[in-house]
Write a protein that binds this ligand. Structure first.
Ligand code: R5P
Length: 294
């Protein structure tokens, strides 16, 4: 069995040498079956990047600020998102079936904010993801959490089911209050998730060593948004993540809790798809919002 030292001293990430993906534009996906590639192509544009809008928060915390009425706050933003990350309940009840966004369905859940969040189980069947026409399903993984093994089993079960029907799995790194979001922890979590079969991974940004996190993960990493930050900080974080190898962002509160969510998602698009520097993206936000101050 490998010893822990190999992980402690890992350092040759080949920074600057992109991983080759023969025959396809999405990292690590060149050898997947047609259906998987077709679905991933709905999430990631031809530039291999994605703006995913996350509004699945209600599955464990109820009517979150900004999501009280998803029909009013989120549906108008859909044209600016490549992919929507949500629960099947909200998709079926609120999101128009005529929308052409890629749908990333939350597939794990169980505990509310009143309980231990790591005690999740799978919360939907892969057949339902097929019925809904999901481009991917999302499973939370709690590395270092109380129910780590159970959450890993949720992931691997869904990976097996996804491979059966051609639906990719987004493994989501969940960071508990007691765990530090540094590159060592995020590198550990994202690599485990990819090794166990997820075709894409969502994780937080870290100021030090994020480039090593993305380099050490053989599938696309999508940066998680987190709690609302000042607009300059949120756009800077997105820009740094993209610059350091992320394949996109999956942002929720930093978009829908803004004074102008539409201006923000358009600014985020400029960062992700046009490589806009933070100052330019912030100007887009200020101009389109008519001078919002948040
Ligand atoms: C966490 O990964 C969950 O899926 C969240 O409900 C959501 O995606 C978080 O989005 P944000 O932190 O950007 O508000």
């Amino acid at each position: 069995m490998a010893d822990l030292e190999g992980s402690v001293v890992a350092k040759d990430y080949g920074i600057g040498r992109a991983q080759k993906t023969p025959g396809f534009h999405i990292k690590g996906a060149g050898q997947l079956d047609y259906g998987m590639r077709h679905r991933l192509s709905r999430i990631f544009r031809e530039d291999g990047k994605t703006v995913m809008l996350a509004f699945d928060h209600g599955y464990f915390q109820g009517p979150t600020s900004g999501l009280e009425r998803v029909d009013l706050s989120i549906v108008p933003l859909a044209p600016y998102a490549d992919a929507l990350m949500a629960t099947r309940g909200i998709i079926r009840s609120v999101v128009p079936a005529s929308n052409n966004n890629a749908l990333v369905l939350r597939a794990s859940g169980g505990p509310s904010i009143l309980k231990d969040l790591s005690n999740e189980r799978l919360a939907m069947d892969i057949e339902d993801a097929v019925r809904i026409d999901a481009a991917a399903v999302a499973v939370q993984v709690f590395i270092g959490g109380e129910h780590e093994t159970q959450s890993i089993q949720n992931l691997t079960t869904m990976v097996d089911e996804g491979l059966r029907v051609g639906i990719p799995v987004l493994g989501v790194t969940a960071v508990g209050k007691e765990l530090v979001r540094d590159s060592r922890y995020l590198g550990l979590s994202t690599r485990i998730i990819a090794e166990l079969g997820a075709q894409l991974v969502k994780t937080y940004f870290c100021e030090e060593g994020f480039e090593e996190v993305t380099a050490g993960c053989p599938v696309p990493i999508i940066m998680a948004g987190g709690k609302k930050l000042p607009v300059t900080d949120a756009l800077t974080m997105a820009h740094k993540a993209m610059d350091q190898g992320a394949a996109g962002v999956d942002m929720g509160r930093n978009i829908f809790q803004r004074q102008s969510p539409e201006a923000m998602i358009r600014a985020v698009n400029a960062v992700v798809h046009a490589g806009a520097p933070p100052a330019e993206a912030e100007k887009i936000y200020r101009d389109l919002s008519g001078g919002a101050q948040d």
